[in-house]
Write a protein that binds this ligand. Structure first.
Ligand code: 48F
Length: 261
């Protein structure tokens, strides 16, 4: 069959708009396709919920690829290894099983593939620039192309509705930052504001990531490094178990809410 450039173009345009149109309303909108966001997407999609991830960059995986200081290996602890096993990422014990290591490129690829194949949709090259709030609850996200922002163009955004939003933008806490700036949103932290992350302390930071994975504003749950940054906890560096466990936890908290209706 002859290859027709216009048909190729039409196929892409039709399919993309079908996909986007289908995700104007969803159960869970996840902001950021790092380890916590992707794990949350995988777990929620597997439970049958309608989930999309919005990622500002072209590539998914966030901080996974670079391992530690561009050495493309990551470390996980026993609990994290359970999740690597579940998604099919190969890992090796280090120092008689004190820690485990995995190839960071394999983790980024496999985790992304699992999320997609479980049914989550990933919209890359799109950034979340704002939220929609009704009666004191976040009910949706305001989106624009990352390229629009980069080029400094004055282009109005579009919006999607979601029953729940996951703030998984890592160190940046981009969603909460905009909520704080524009709405003066009072967050469920000690100060009512984003408290900012502290310096590195892996041991404490890893458990706090999971503890602080929670609803921080009606309709918005925070996960991964964003949880530490929001609640004023330490950073952990290139140990990734906490990120994966936080993604699992946020998925289970939201699934419980969605089931309650
Ligand atoms: O930073 P990131 O990997 O988040 P995470 O899941 O994992 C943190 C670790 O990578 C690492 C660490 C090790 O344990 O601490 O830093 O908490 O991924 C966050 C993603 O969010 C995207 C960003 O491009 C990245 O891929 N992002 C940031 N702001 C926006 C966004 C935005 N406004 N809209 C859409 N995506």
């Amino acid at each position: 069959m002859a290859l027709d450039e216009i048909k190729i173009s039409r196929a892409i345009i039709e399919r993309y708009f079908q996909k986007l149109n289908n995700y104007l309303e969803m159960d869970v909108a996840i902001v950021g396709a790092g380890p916590s966001g992707l794990m949350a997407a995988y777990k929620l999609a597997r439970e049958g919920f309608k989930v999309a991830v919005f990622e500002r960059r072209m590539s998914i995986g966030g901080g996974i690829w670079g391992g530690g200081m561009m050495f493309n290996e990551v470390v996980v602890q026993e609990e994290g290894a359970r999740l690597l096993r579940e998604i099919g990422v190969r890992f090796e014990p280090w120092n008689d099983g004190e820690y485990y290591t995995a190839d960071s490129v394999e983790l980024a690829c496999v985790l992304g593939a699992r999320a997609l194949q479980a049914g989550a949709k990933i919209f890359n090259l799109i950034m979340v620039e704002d939220v929609m709030v009704r009666e004191g609850r976040v009910v949706g996200l305001v989106l624009n192309w990352t390229a629009v922002e980069g080029a400094g163009l004055h282009v109005d955004p579009l919006a999607v509705r979601a029953k729940y939003v996951v703030e998984a933008t890592g160190h940046e806490t981009a969603v909460l930052q905009v909520m704080q700036r524009k709405l003066g949103a009072k967050l469920a932290t000690e100060t009512g504001t984003i408290m900012g992350e502290k310096s590195m302390w892996a041991e404490v930071a890893e458990s706090l990531t999971v503890d602080y994975t929670r609803e921080v504003y009606p309709g918005v749950f925070v996960a991964g490094m964003a949880a530490n940054a929001t609640f004023g906890a330490y950073r952990m560096g290139p140990i990734f178990g906490g990120m994966l466990l936080s993604g699992e936890r946020v998925a289970s908290l939201i699934a419980e809410r969605l089931r309650q209706g």
